[in-house]
Design a protein around this ligand. Sequence first.
Ligand code: PRP
Length: 208
Amino acid sequence: MSELLKVAMPKGRINRPAIKLLQDAGFSVPDDLEESRKLVITAPEAQMEFIMAKPVDVATYVEYGVADIGIVGKDVLLEENRDVYELLDLNIGRCRMSVIGLPDWRPVTNPRVATKYPNVASQFFREKGQQVEVIKLNGSIELAPLIGLADRIVDMVETGRTLKENGLVELESMFGITSRLIANRVSYRMKNSRIQEVCDRLQEIISE
Ligand code: PRP
């Protein structure tokens, strides 16, 4: 039996579509990866070991080589700027990064922008020549304009439901996001045929 391929899998909303993609590509991956509380799960038939990670940490595990490959959103790659190979657009987890605010939002000097993505937000406003104060939050970002912490937020919009239910509007769509297959640079050389096989089989499914 060849060496296990270590795969960093994002917990949460991308988990199911990521499992399905691997299964559709012919890898024998259990359906219920996330149902157990186990964080390292071996799938012997697929010769894979899954590392169940917070989405924001997937690229970190891959950069440090404790995972050979990983599935991660483009949002995380842009924010974290990790030294990994981006191999494939998996075309799952489609959403967008947007500037969001209250409908009656008015420009102010040096506005406060709350976000989980301080690097992405800072770069975006810097490139527009706008001075803003970026406030890093870790979730429920939509709270910030509602309770007066920030004038605007930079966050992901998928269905738009969170915005709608909180009376917020999308002021500007910044860029589209999908999940990507990434690889550790050394693993990509040392386990090239395994990683290439995963990449090729996924590519086939995606382009069908
Ligand atoms: C994300 C994002 C928005 C929401 C958008 O949050 O930050 O809040 O999903 O999705 P929607 O357009 O389909 O409503 P997530 O659920 O990941 O949790 P968080 O608020 O803790 O970041």
